[in-house]
Every structure is written in structure tokens, then in C-alpha cells.
Design a protein around this ligand. Structure first.
Ligand SMILES: C[S@@+](CC[C@H](N)C(=O)[O-])C[C@H]1O[C@@H](n2cnc3c(N)ncnc32)[C@H](O)[C@@H]1O
Length: 365
């Protein structure tokens, strides 16, 4: 079956913010330099590489194309950008052409289904991507096979066991994809500019509620799996503390950097029967205390969800998201990105969730 993730992104989420049919926003985003600085000041440091190394390197990137553009402008020998989305690829190629970037190529590709060039890249930069693959095992194996021996991989992924994904898993079980356009309109009226344009808050909500695939693994699962594929983890960001359930302790995403230590080509089927199996946040983790009570109450609500009027259910899920990711609601203009893994956003809002759940059950049970 064709993966609709690319169409989803271009229509409802990141694609809209960083690109458009004219790629105008890509210019804006890069002109104000936020991303450039993030990659330079954070990611390259975590990777432990020198910007000058890029001059000798071929880099693989997946996404809107904005990161590929940054690597290209930082002087990489060649950047190869792949994405499922036709729009992301078009805006990247348009941008490369306008800016005369001869070191940037873009391909519309499903990197789960189509084999990438083998042992081609010195750096694979995948930020917020692999948990959306239709088959993460197959996709990650493909990425690792595309790396040269001693090549580096930057993986930033949504983390199992965090409070945000605990709540988002509940939200995703309560909503139906058929209401996606109605949610988008509501968000536009409530947080947007009434014109279908997105912003950080809207794209985050759309992404977390409706993106077709979200597969959650713990950092330990990634580390063990990549080890199986011949890669060692040598650097990280927002990793500590390691644990299965880290509601008030860890940020909802985490970065791991790996170096490949092998030139053996791997087949996905060789490594499929490993412990790299995604965790359903409501069924596969053993909670205690309030979190445990909330899972119990959630399933009671789930059973009566058809008795709750749609508009009320929409309000409930939007309220739950405010508990899940309060950092996204801090700014009126919704233009700021809070993505530093700041400990004050590692909160556990199980008490608020509990109060809301008690109210819902009282009203509708
Ligand atoms: C959250 S976005 C990444 C955003 C990225 N950090 C950026 O700023 O551009 C996830 C991206 O992964 C792409 N994607 C997901 N699955 C894919 C696949 N199998 N092959 C290629 N691209 C894929 C989506 O189309 C989307 O552009």
C-alpha cells in the first residue's frame, strides 16, 4: 500500500510551514537563520564533527528539504535529499536551482520501499523521521546500508515512556482520521490566521494527532538495534535518564549519534526478530500510581467514546494536548520553537489528566 505520510505532511504539517508551492517560506525560514544555528550550534556539536569535514562528505537527509539546504550551504561536497512528499522534493529542487546550489539533489523516494545507494554517505541526518516510517526496521536497515564504514548517523526520535507520548497515544485512539479537515479548521480559527496557513502549534497538533505512523521505541531499543546493525552509539542529547517510563524525567524526543563499524550489507529479515518492537504506550508499559489510574480511566472513556458528542470529544482531545505539551502553548503568536529538552518541560501532568477523566466519566457514563 502506498504510504500517505508525504501527502499528509505537505497538506497539514511541516511542509506547509517550511515550504509552499512557491518555496517562499523556505527562504524565510532560512533567512532568519534559526535552523542554520540549530544545526551548527547543537547538532554538529552533538555529532562531534567539524563543519570543514562536510567539504569531503556526501550527506543524506530526509524531510522538508530545509535541513538539506543548510548542509548544502555549509559546504558539503554533496547533499542527497530524499522524501516521500512530492512537494518537499519540488521545493528543495526549486530552491537549489534558484540559489545555484550545485551540491544539492533531491529525490521523491520511499526510503522504506526503495533501496538507497549502498555505502554512499559519510553522514545520514534523520531528524524526526524514522518513527514515521511504515516499517522502521526496513527503513533503518536501508539507512545503515547506505552509510560508508566509519560514517555517522544522527537520529532524533520520539521517545517511548515520556508523558507527551503517553497522552498522545490516548488522543490518537480517541480521534478518527475522517475528521482531519475539521480539526485543521478549528486550529486555524483558534490558533492561526484564518487562512489555512500553519504555525508551530498547529503543525505540532496536526502531526501528533494525525500523522499516519508513529512507532515508539525507547533509546535502549534504538541503541541495541543499531548495535545489531554494526553501529556504535557514541554521543547523545536529552538521553538521561535512561528508563522505560520517564514521565517527569525526560523530554519527549531524544538524539542519538552512531558510527558505523562494518561494511557488511544487512537484510531487514535477518534482524527482524529482535527486541526492536514498538511499544504501545497504553498496553506495553507497566505504570504505577496516577499514571496507572489514568490508563484505567482512559479505557473506560474509550468504551463510551461514541456517547460523547463529536464537538465535546474534540475539545477533550485538544485539552489533553495542552497537558501533554504545555511548551507549545507559551507564545501567543505560536512562532517560537521550544525544542531544547528543557527540564521544566519534562513534566508529569497526570494529576490534570486524572481530573479531566473524572469529569468526563461523571458527565457521560
Ligand atoms: C517530521 S518531518 C521531518 C522534518 C525535518 N526535521 C525537517 O525539518 O525537514 C518527517 C518527514 O519524513 C518523511 N518521510 C516519512 N516516511 C518516509 C519514507 N518512508 N520515505 C521518505 N520520506 C519519509 C515525511 O514525508 C516528512 O517530510
Amino acid at each position: 500500500m502506498k504510504d500517505s505520510t508525504g501527502i499528509f505532511y505537505a497538506k497539514y504539517s511541516h511542509g506547509l510551514q517550511f515550504g509552499s508551492s512557491t518555496s517562499g517560506k523556505m527562504y524565510e525560514a532560512l533567512k532568519n537563520n534559526i535552523l542554520n544555528n540549530d544545526i551548527l550550534n547543537n547538532d554538529i556539536k552533538v555529532l562531534g564533527i567539524n563543519v570543514d569535514d562536510l567539504k569531503k562528505w556526501t550527506v543524506l537527509n530526509i524531510g522538508t528539504g530545509r535541513e538539506a539546504v543548510v548542509f548544502s550551504s555549509l559546504g558539503a561536497k554533496m547533499v542527497e535529499h530524499y522524501d516521500l512528499s512530492e512537494q518537499h522534493v519540488k521545493q528543495t529542487m526549486d530552491y537549489a536551482e534558484k540559489m545555484n546550489f550545485v551540491n544539492l539533489k533531491s529525490f521523491q523516494t520511499d526510503v522504506v520501499m526503495e533501496t538507497l545507494p549502498v555505502e554512499m554517505y559519510e553522514l545520514v541526518y534523520a531528524n524526526g523521521v524514522v518513527h514515521h516510517f511504515s516499517d522502521p526496521v526496513k527503513g533503518i536497515v536501508n539507512l545503515v546500508n547506505s552509510l560508508k564504514n566509519k560514517g555517522y548517523m544522527y537520529l532524533c526520535f520520539y521517545r517511548s515512556g515520556t508523558f507527551k507520548w503517553f497522552v498522545n497515544e490516548m488522543i490518537r485512539s480517541l480521534i478518527s482520521y475522517k475528521f482531519i479537515d475539521d480539526y485543521y479548521r478549528t486550529l486555524d480559527l483558534r490558533y492561526g490566521f484564518f487562512n489555512g496557513e500553519t504555525n508551530n502549534l498547529i503543525l505540532t497538533i496536526m502531526d501528533e494527532f494525525f500523522v499516519p505512523n508513529v512507532y515508539l521505541y525507547s533509546p535502549t531499543q534504538y541503541i541495541d538495534f543499531l548495535k545489531k546493525l554494526g553501529c556504535t552509539m557514541y554521543s547523545s542529547s536529552r538521553l538521561e535518564p535512561i528508563g522505560e517510563i520517564v514521565h517527569d524525567k525526560a523530554y519527549h524526543s531524544c538524539v542519538l549519534c552512531f558510527q558505523k563499524q562494518s561494511n557488511r550489507k544487512i537484510q531487514a529479515d535477518e534482524v527482524r526478530n529482535s527486541s526492536f518492537v514498538p511499544k504501545n504506550q497504553l498496553k506495553d508499559l507497566k505504570y504505577t500510581g496516577l499514571a496507572h489510574k489514568n490508563v484505567d480511566l482512559f479505557w473506560k472513556i474509550y468504551d463510551i467514546k461514541d456517547k460523547i458528542p463529536y464537538e465535546t470529544l474534540k475539545e477533550i482531545t485538544l485539552k489533553m494536548h495542552q497537558f501533554a505539551g504545555p511548551q507549545h502553548y507559551l507564545y501567543n503568536d505560536n512562532t517560537k520553537v521550544i525544542n531544547n529538552g528543557d527540564t521544566k518541560f519534562n513534566q508529569d501532568n497526570n494529576q490534570e489528566l486524572y481530573n479531566l477523566f473524572c469529569y468526563i466519566l461523571e458527565e457521560f457514563n
